[in-house]
Design a protein around this ligand. Structure first.
Ligand SMILES: [Zn+2]
Length: 380
């Protein structure tokens, strides 16, 4: 059997550094065979300039928004951003599908092997059918008016039925401020024990909407012609207000968490959801609000942080490497092996893909990449 053998400047396993002078051995199809010392590795070792790592996991993306690249102005703040995205959704379907396809190819080159992808439509379906990447499709539903809940949910279910034919898929809420209690209940009851994802606490406006009721989010609803005069702010943060609606999920990926507090974390730890991951998307936070995910969260949740690029509507590229570079620039005290664990093994666990992705354990096919000066080369 033909083996591939790689020796880089360092070898990251998905969880930690392998001993210096380790060699990664895979089968020709990329299946991991072993990590051995150079003395045991034999001949034909391929020298690699850079750190060798398992392929990256992009835990939060919107492939179907790829055609918005360069169209949404940066640093407008949350509400203008959301309105801009809504206005740009009406593009020609061929253009949307072509941009999805090109972005999928680009993510492959960037060393990404799996994606947690938000879908509101079927526009990314054809790309996913032929992709080399592994996708979990989160079919997203929103609607703040309770009377529309059943109708919105049925529309999402139609989309979900198509995506689940080609891979893992779930019906997932958009955000605390855009989903009614009735709609949350339909989502919660639909598939107990599933994996869910939700945008969470991306800006102060979201918390203010739930704490005081005074928030620019009210202007967003006015702009789109939705009367929310009935809404009474519960006086607690958005996360605390809606988490009890999601008590049947086995796993939840909360995305952004820019204004999540230690109190929110303590509240979350008392909830019956078995496992929560925190997806950080610093590139999108910078693009929209010039903000960053909070240091306390990054430093206290080593095994629960995952990395997302968000979409080309709110980022200059979909590159996990660029996200890690931003985090390293803002928090230089965070060790590189933590950043790499978030981008590999943690992401695979969050997306239920750690049986074959995320680390160099025998039998897995996690992809092999080299990272050198924040540039990725794909080795397998
Ligand atoms: Zn998003």
């Amino acid at each position: 059997m033909a083996y591939r053998k790689f020796r880089g400047t360092k070898l990251f396993t998905g969880k930690s550094w392998a001993p210096q002078d380790s060699v990664l051995i895979t089968q020709s199809n990329g299946q991991v065979e072993a990590i051995v010392s150079i003395a045991e590795a034999g001949d034909d070792i391929q020298p690699v300039d850079g750190i060798i790592s398992p392929g990256f996991i992009n835990a939060h993306c919107h492939l179907e928004l790829s055609h918005m690249a360069g169209k949404i102005p940066p640093q407008t703040g949350m509400i203008p951003f959301l309105l801009n995205v809504m206005n740009h959704r009406q593009a020609a379907i061929e253009a949307i599908q072509e941009a999805s396809y090109q972005t999928d190819q680009q993510m492959h080159l960037e060393g990404i092997v799996a994606v947690g992808d938000i879908c509101n439509t079927l526009h990314s379906l054809e790309t996913k059918k032929s992709s080399r990447l592994n996708y979990h499709s989160f079919v997203e539903v929103s609607g703040f008016i309770g009377a529309t809940a059943q109708n919105r949910f049925e529309q999402a279910r139609t989309v979900w039925e198509k995506f689940r034919e080609i891979g893992p898929a779930s019906i997932t809420p958009h955000a605390p401020y855009s989903v009614s209690p009735e709609l949350f209940q339909l989502i919660n009851d639909f598939d107990p024990g599933t994996l869910l994802s939700m945008h969470n606490q991306e800006s102060e406006a979201e918390n203010d909407f739930f704490i005081s009721g005074q928030s620019p989010l009210r202007d967003l609803f006015t702009s789109i012609g939705v009367n929310i005069d009935f809404f009474q702010a519960p006086g607690i943060t958005s996360l605390q207000a809606v988490l009890p609606h999601l008590n049947k999920a086995a796993k939840l990926i909360l995305v952004h968490n820019v204004v999540t507090s230690p109190d929110d974390l303590a509240f979350l730890q008392q909830q019956p959801i078995n496992e929560t991951f925190f997806c950080v998307c610093p590139g999108a936070n910078q693009y929209i609000n010039q903000s960053m995910p909070p240091g306390f969260l990054l430093k206290s949740q080593l095994d629960k942080i995952v990395i997302g690029t968000d979409s080309l509507a709110s980022n200059y590229q979909l590159s996990i490497t660029e996200e890690l570079k931003l985090l390293a620039g803002c928090y230089p005290e965070i060790p590189l092996e933590h950043l790499l664990q978030w981008a590999t093994l943690n992401g695979a666990k969050a997306l239920n893909m750690d049986s074959h992705l995320g680390s160099f354990e025998k039998g897995k096919t996690p992809g092999v990449i080299a990272l050198n000066d924040w540039k990725v080369t794909r080795l397998l």
